[in-house]
Design a protein around this ligand. Structure first.
Ligand SMILES: Nc1nc2c(c(=O)[nH]1)N[C@H]1C(S)=C(S)[C@@H](COP(=O)(O)OP(=O)(O)OC[C@H]3O[C@@H](n4cnc5c(=O)[nH]c(N)nc54)[C@H](O)[C@@H]3O)O[C@H]1N2
Ligand SMILES: Nc1nc2c(c(=O)[nH]1)N[C@H]1C(S)=C(S)[C@@H](COP(=O)(O)OP(=O)(O)OC[C@H]3O[C@@H](n4cnc5c(=O)[nH]c(N)nc54)[C@H](O)[C@@H]3O)O[C@H]1N2
Ligand code: SF4
Ligand SMILES: [Mo]
Length: 825
C-alpha cells in the first residue's frame, strides 16, 4: 500500500462509463499486528463521514486492532480513505476514553457509579416536569449515533416527555439537504445513487470539497477521470480545491453569492432552450415563476455579483445543458452559506428542467456529512416527526400516537420543532433548564463560541453530556455519561445514497461505558414513561428490538425499512431503502417514474417561502395541485447580511481538511492524521498576503465583530478577498496550539444567523479583518497535499472576475474550448 496520508485516494483503478468500478481492498492493522494475528473480523461501516464505506473490524484479544474495506459492498468496493484507515481505531482504544460517569460536586466533576449519575438526572427531570412541564427540557443530539438510538430518543422526547425542543447537530450539517428535498420533492430522501458516477457525462460539485470530505467517493470520480471517457467536472468553490484542480470549469464564487450564480445558470438553460418542455409540463409545477425570477441574471450580472468570469458561467451552463447525464452534488459551501435552501433548490430545479432525475447517470446528491445524519432525520431526533411525517398533518400525528400507544396531544405538533440555535437561545433566556447533549461538541462546533460557552456555563441549566471523551462541552456538564462507541455496540445506519449498513459489536466498551441506546432506555425506565395501557413506552430489549419497532414506524412511508432485517444486512452488501415486499432488494434511484411524494396527504412538508421562511400552509399547498409533481421553488438573490466593510474588509469562510474529523476527538488521537495537520491556520490569498504584509507562517490575528483567533498564516489558493479557516481546532489538547494558549477555534468569529427555511447556521459567511502579530519562525503546519497547500505557482489564482473573455478561472479556456467543445457536440 502507498503512503495513504500523502496519497489520500490511493492508486487509480480506471474504468469507463457503464463499467463496474473495480474492487480494491484497503486495510490497516495496528503496528506490530500481522494478518495472522487477527482472531476475528466483525462487520461494520466507517463512521468518519457520510460516505458509509463498509468495513470489517479486526479483533485480537478482545481489542480492535485494525480495519479492512469490504470488497462486496456497493458503496466502496473495498476502499477506505485516510480517516477510515488511520482514524477509526486509535481514538476508540485511547486511554483518554471516559470510563465512569461523573457528577459535579462543589464545582468539580468527580467519578461516580451509574445509579448515582442516573438518579441525579431523573430527579432533576421529574422535578422540572412536575413544576414547569415539558418545555423545560431540551435535547441536543448528533449525526453520529445509530438509528436505534435516535428512534429511542425521539420516542422518549415526543411520547414520554412531550417536548418540541429536540434537535441534532444535523441542524449544522444537513438540515438544508432535507429542506431542499422537502421543498422540491415533498419529502426528504436522496434521489440519486453513487452508481450515477459510473454512468454520467458530467459532475457538478456545488460547495463540495469531495476530494477531502468523501475521499472514497472522490476516488470513484478520479477513476472515471482516468478512464477513456472522462466526465466533465464543474466546481463551485472559492478555493482552488483538488476538485477545482481537475475541473473543466472552476467558478470561484465570492462566499455568500451562490444564489446569484444559480439564477444565472438557470437563465442560461432557458435562453438556450436546454429544457425538456414535455417532461416539465407533465412532472413539475411553477416553471413560469422560475423563469421570471432568473430572467435578470445575465452571465455579466452574475460575474459582477459573484466575482467569476461570465464566459465560465456560460461554459458551465453549456456543459449542463448539452450533457445527457449530469450528476450534481451539493454540500456545505451551499448549505452553510447565504440562501442555503434557495440555492440548493436551484440545483434540483436544473435537473427538473432537463428531466434529469431518476435515470442512470442523472442524479442529485443533496449530500450528508455525518455518518448517521440520515437516520436522525428519518427517526425524528432532529425534531421532525419520524418516518418523514408532516407535523402539520393531523393524520400523520395520529398514526404515531396509535403506534406508540399515547394520546395525540402528547406529541408536540402545535408549532414547528425547535431548531438547535433556538434551543440554545431558550437556555440563554432560562426557559430550558434541562439540556441533554449527546455525541456532539457545541463548545467548538457552534457559531459564536463565546456566547455558546456562556450558555453552557449558566447556573440555570442542568447540563448532561454523553460522549466518549471529556470534551470542551463536557467540561461544563453537571453529569457526564461515558458512552460506548463504534465497534462497542450494535446498530444500523444509512449513508448519503440511502444504503443501510449494520455495525456489529466487536469488543466490550472500556470501563463502565454503556451504549447510548442503553442509556436512553434506562432513563425512560427510571422516568416511568408508559403507554396508555400502562405498559412501558420503550420496552425494547436491545438494538434489534428497537430496530423492529422502527421498521413498523417506517412502514408505507418513503423511507420504508420493512424489507431490511439485521440478518439480511449480514454477510453481503448494504441495502438501499425503500425496501419492502414490493422492492425486496431496495430501490437504487428514486423518482425514475417522475412521480414525487407531493400528494398533500403524503408529503413531509407543505413548503416555505425561500426568502422569508414563512410556511406555505396546507391550503395554499393544495392550491398548487402538485399531485405527484415536483415543485420549482425559487427566490431572488439577497446578499449576505454581513458583508465586508472598512472595519472588516475580508470575507471569512470555514471548513475542513482531509486529515481531521470535526472537533478532532478521534483524529487528534491518531498520530499519522494529527501529524499531517497538527495545528490551526488561516488561508490567505497571495495578493492579500502582499497587501497585508504577511508571509507564510506569520502569526496573524483574525477579528470579527464577535471575537478573534490568533493563528499561523498559510499563503494559499483561496480567492482574493476571502480568508478560510479550518474549524477543527478547539482546546482539549491545548498543548498542540502554536499560539501560546490563544484562541484558535474558527467559530470564535462566526455569526449567530441561520437560513430562514432550513435553520442551518451560516458558518461560511462573516466579515473579518486580519493583521500580523508576529513574524514567521517557519512555514505554518497546514497540510501541503490538499486545498490548504501553499500557493501553487503557475496557476492563475481565483481573482475578481471581469468582463467576458478575460480569463480568470484556473482552466485554460482556449484549450478547454478546443478539447471539450468537440466532445460536447
Ligand atoms: N476530512 C473530513 N471529512 C469530512 C468531515 C470532516 O470533518 N473532515 N466532516 C463530514 C461532515 S459532517 C460534513 S458536513 C462534510 C462537509 O463536506 P464539505 O462541504 O465538502 O466541506 P467544507 O470544507 O465544510 O466545505 C466545502 C467547501 O465549501 C467552500 N465554500 C466556502 N464558502 C462557500 C460559499 O459561499 N460558496 C461556495 N460555493 N463554496 C463555499 C469551501 O472553500 C470548502 O472547500 O464532510 C464530511 N467529511
Ligand atoms: N465554523 C464551522 N463550524 C462548523 C462547521 C463548519 O464547516 N464550519 N460544520 C458543522 C458541521 S457540518 C458539523 S457536522 C458539526 C460537527 O460538530 P460536532 O458534532 O460538535 O463534532 P464532533 O467532533 O464530531 O462531535 C461529536 C462528538 O460525539 C462523540 N461521539 C462519537 N461517537 C459517539 C457515540 O457513539 N456516542 C456518544 N455519546 N458520543 C460519541 C465524539 O467524541 C465527539 O465529542 O460542526 C459544525 N460546525
Ligand atoms: S470516505 Fe468517509 S466513510 Fe469512507 S473511509 Fe473515508 S471517512 Fe470513512
Ligand atoms: Mo456535517
Amino acid at each position: 500500500m502507498t503512503d495513504r496520508i500523502a496519497d489520500i485516494w490511493g492508486e487509480r483503478t480506471p474504468f469507463s462509463r457503464g463499467e463496474h468500478w473495480p474492487v480494491r481492498v484497503d486495510q490497516k492493522l495496528a503496528d506490530g499486528i500481522a494478518e495472522g494475528d487477527v482472531d476475528r473480523w466483525v462487520q461494520s461501516a466507517c463512521v468518519l463521514c457520510s460516505n458509509g464505506c463498509a468495513c470489517d473490524i479486526a479483533v485480537k484479544d478482545d481489542r480492535m486492532v485494525g480495519i479492512r474495506g469490504r470488497a462486496v459492498d456497493r458503496v466502496n468496493h473495498g476502499r477506505l480513505g485516510p480517516k477510515g484507515l488511520f482514524g477509526s481505531i486509535p481514538g476508540m482504544t485511547s486511554q483518554e476514553r471516559l470510563m465512569r460517569p461523573m457528577i459535579r460536586i462543589a464545582g468539580e466533576l468527580v467519578e461516580t457509579d451509574w445509579d448515582t449519575a442516573m438518579s441525579r438526572i431523573v430527579e432533576r427531570s421529574k422535578t422540572l416536569l412536575a413544576g414547569k412541564g415539558p418545555l423545560s427540557h431540551g435535547f441536543y443530539t448528533s449525526g453520529q449515533l445509530f438509528l436505534e438510538e435516535y428512534y429511542a430518543l425521539a420516542v422518549l422526547g415526543k411520547a414520554g416527555i412531550g417536548t418540541p425542543h429536540m434537535d441534532g447537530n444535523t441542524r449544522l450539517c444537513t438540515a438544508t439537504a432535507a429542506a431542499a428535498m422537502k421543498e422540491t420533492f415533498g419529502s426528504d430522501g436522496q434521489p440519486g445513487s453513487y452508481l450515477d458516477i459510473d454512468d454520467c457525462d458530467a459532475v457538478f460539485l456545488y460547495g463540495h470539497n469531495m476530494a477531502e470530505t468523501q475521499t472514497v467517493l472522490w476516488s470513484r470520480i478520479l477513476d472515471r477521470i482516468a478512464g477513456p471517457d472522462r466526465p466533465f467536472i464543474v466546481c463551485v468553490d472559492p478555493r482552488l480545491t483538488e476538485v477545482a484542480k481537475v475541473a473543466d470549469v472552476h467558478l470561484p464564487v465570492r462566499p455568500g453569492t451562490n444564489q446569484a450564480l444559480m439564477n444565472g445558470l438557470i437563465r442560461e438553460l432557458f435562453v438556450n432552450g436546454w429544457i425538456d418542455e414535455a417532461w416539465v409540463q407533465e412532472h413539475a409545477v411553477g416553471v413560469d415563476e422560475l423563469r421570471a425570477v432568473v430572467d435578470p441574471w445575465t452571465p455579466e450580472k452574475v460575474a459582477e455579483t459573484c466575482g467569476v468570469d461570465a464566459a465560465d458561467v456560460r461554459h458551465a451552463a453549456r456543459i449542463f445543458g448539452e450533457s445527457e447525464r449530469v450528476l450534481s452534488t451539493i454540500l456545505q459551501g451551499f448549505y452553510q452559506s447565504a440562501q442555503a435552501t434557495a440555492a440548493s433548490c436551484q440545483v434540483n430545479n436544473m435537473h427538473l428542467l432537463r428531466g434529469m432525475i431518476g435515470k442512470p447517470g442523472a442524479g442529485i446528491l443533496q449530500m450528508n456529512g455525518q455518518p448517521t445524519a440520515q437516520n436522525n432525520r428519518e427517526c425524528g431526533a432532529d425534531g421532525d416527526l419520524p418516518g418523514f411525517r408532516n407535523w402539520e398533518n393531523p393524520e400523520h400525528v395520529k398514526q404515531l400516537a396509535e403506534l406508540w400507544g399515547v394520546d395525540v396531544d402528547m406529541i408536540p405538533h402545535w408549532a414547528p420543532p425547535t431548531h438547535a440555535m433556538q434551543i440554545f437561545r431558550y437556555v440563554e433566556q432560562g426557559s430550558i433548564e434541562f439540556l441533554w447533549v449527546s455525541a456532539t461538541n457545541p463548545a467548538v462546533s457552534m457559531p459564536q463560541l463565546e456566547r455558546i460557552r456562556e450558555i453552557l456555563d449558566r447556573d440555570s441549566v442542568f447540563l448532561v453530556v454523553q460522549d466518549l471523551y471529556l470534551t470542551e462541552t463536557a467540561q461544563y456538564a453537571d453529569v457526564v455519561l461515558p458512552a460506548a462507541g463504534w465497534g462497542e455496540k450494535t446498530g444500523t445506519f444509512t449513508n448519503v445514497n440511502r444504503i443501510v449498513h449494520l455495525s456489529d459489536k466487536a469488543v466490550e466498551p472500556p470501563g463502565n461505558a454503556r451504549s447510548d441506546l442503553d442509556i436512553f432506555l434506562d432513563y425512560a425506565r427510571r422516568m416511568g414513561f408508559t403507554k396508555n395501557d400502562g405498559s412501558p413506552l420503550l420496552g425494547w430489549d436491545g438494538p434489534e428490538d428497537a430496530y423492529r419497532a422502527w421498521q413498523e414506524c417506517s412502514r408505507g412511508r418513503p423511507c420504508d425499512y420493512t424489507g431490511i432485517s439485521y440478518d439480511k444486512l449480514r454477510g453481503g452488501s448494504g441495502i438501499p431503502w425503500p425496501c419492502n415486499d414490493e422492492n425486496p432488494d431496495g430501490v437504487t434511484r428514486l423518482y425514475g417514474d417522475g412521480v414525487f411524494p407531493t400528494e398533500p396527504d403524503c408529503c413531509e412538508s407543505f413548503g416555505h417561502d425561500l426568502l422569508t421562511g414563512a410556511s406555505v400552509g396546507e391550503q395554499a399547498f393544495r392550491a398548487l395541485e402538485t399531485h405527484g409533481k415536483a415543485v420549482f421553488k425559487c427566490a431572488d438573490y439577497a446578499p449576505p447580511h454581513e458583508e465586508p466593510s472598512s472595519d472588516y474588509p475580508y470575507r471569512y469562510t470555514t471548513g475542513r481538511t482531509a486529515y481531521h474529523f470535526h472537533t478532532r476527538t478521534k483524529t487528534a488521537r491518531s498520530w499519522p492524521l494529527n501529524r499531517a495537520a497538527p495545528t490551526a491556520w488561516v488561508e490567505v490569498s497571495r495578493t492579500d498576503a502582499e497587501t497585508l504584509g504577511l508571509v507564510e507562517g506569520d502569526i496573524a490575528r483574525v477579528t470579527s465583530p464577535r471575537g478573534e483567533i490568533v493563528v499561523p498564516v498559510r499563503v494559499g489558493d483561496v480567492r482574493e478577498g476571502t480568508v478560510f479557516a479550518p474549524f477543527h481546532y478547539g482546546y482539549f489538547d491545548a498543548s498542540t496550539q502554536v499560539s501560546n494558549g490563544r484562541l484558535s477555534a474558527a467559530n470564535e468569529l462566526t455569526i449567530t444567523e441561520w437560513d430562514p427555511v432550513s435553520k442551518q447556521p451560516l458558518f461560511k459567511n462573516a466579515a473579518v479583518r486580519i493583521e500580523k502579530v508576529a513574524d514567521a519562525v517557519g512555514p505554518s503546519e497546514a497540510p501541503t497535499t490538499t486545498a490548504s497547500r501553499p500557493f501553487t505557482p503557475g496557476t492563475v489564482p481565483p481573482t475578481v472576475g471581469g468582463a467576458d473573455g478575460e480569463a480568470s478561472s484556473v482552466v485554460d479556456r482556449d484549450a478547454w474550448t478546443a478539447d471539450r467543445a468537440e466532445a460536447l457536440s
